[in-house]
Design a protein around this ligand. Structure first.
Ligand code: OGA
Ligand code: MN
Length: 299
């Protein structure tokens, strides 16, 4: 059978779709209805999506019955895709897709069951972190499983002045291993990393306050999941400042709570947000597929 890719109409010939963008009443996010990402996307429609993503930081595309290949193809329009270090949980045949799942099949987890248990920005532990991620619901639990997103522009804009003074111009260490050992002990999801995997996740350093490369807005760029230390501060002071930054970032007025609906595709900006999986009862299956777009070096 010919693949969808071969049959695809070149995007230059794509017909426009009359979709709607509904911003949420809150600190971030918008819902997109009436768009089928399984169809070729006209340049003008793509430009509307890019603009909405920069304006709202989270886009919720409802009712996307797309294949993994279509998920990858759409994601790639925003930039190169990153390959997650936990190759154990790549969707078979799609190294660009990380399976996020609590399902155990024949004694083996099919995906990362505790993904996003701490607030984080995806792949901030790399020297070139992520622009954004696209998470596509496959199977959802009947209760729980929401994802929270916090607006880090608002976190910076409203940061008390003593914290601003403490962090302005400073850098912080980001480490994939910050919570890894702890999470490994807490549940049985996380494989012991091989020497090759460890070599891919060496600690990196990023500015505590970054400038969004496309909008020029400043954002806090630290998270409890991956940020371990502010460089140039004594250890105890660094710990205290980080804890205050973490608490301030996720104040209720900065947060959008996403309650997943069947076939949602959620596209968020890792440069302006952090996010958290709230979890669901262990006996209820929850599976989503994630692609992650490479961004640029934070400044
Ligand atoms: C992720 C993640 C949160 C969730 O896939 O990057 O953090 O609610 N997931 O599954
Ligand atoms: Mn994540």
């Amino acid at each position: 059978m010919p693949t969808a890719t071969l049959l695809r109409v070149p995007d230059a010939d794509a017909l426009p779709q009359s979709f709607e963008i509904h911003p949420f009443d809150g600190p971030l996010g918008a819902e997109i209805t009436g768009l089928d990402l399984g169809r070729p996307l006209a340049q003008h429609d793509f430009a509307r999506i890019v603009r909405a993503h920069l304006d709202h930081h989270v886009l919720v595309f409802r009712r996307q019955r797309i294949t993994p290949q279509q998920h990858v193809d759409f994601s790639r329009r925003f930039g190169p895709l990153m390959i997650h270090v936990l190759h154990q949980f790549h969707l078979p045949g799609f190294p660009e897709i990380l399976t996020v799942s609590n399902v155990i099949r024949e004694g083996n987890p099919i995906g990362l069951g505790d993904a996003g248990k701490y607030w984080h920005s995806d792949i901030s532990y790399k020297a070139v972190p992520s622009l954004g991620s696209l998470l596509h619901a496959q199977e959802l639990p009947s209760e729980g499983g929401d994802t929270l997103f916090a607006n880090m522009h608002l976190a910076w804009d409203t940061l008390p002045s003593h914290l601003r003074r403490a962090v302005e111009g400073r850098q912080a260490v980001h480490s994939y291993l910050a919570k890894y050992g702890q999470m490994q002990k807490a549940a049985n999801w996380r494989p012991t990393l091989s020497p090759d995997q460890l070599a891919l996740v060496k600690d990196v350093v990023h500015p505590v306050v970054r400038t969004h490369p496309e909008t020029g807005r400043k954002a806090l760029f630290v998270s409890e999941g991956f940020t371990t230390q502010i460089i140039g501060l004594p250890k105890d002071e660094s710990r205290a400042v980080l804890d205050e930054l973490f608490a301030h970032s996720v104040r209720a007025e900065h947060v959008y709570r996403h309650a997943w609906q069947a076939h949602d595709l959620v596209f968020w900006d890792n440069r302006s947000l952090i996010h958290l999986a709230t979890g669901c009862p262990a006996h209820l299956a929850r599976t989503l597929y994630r692609t992650t777009i490479e961004g640029d070096v934070p400044f």
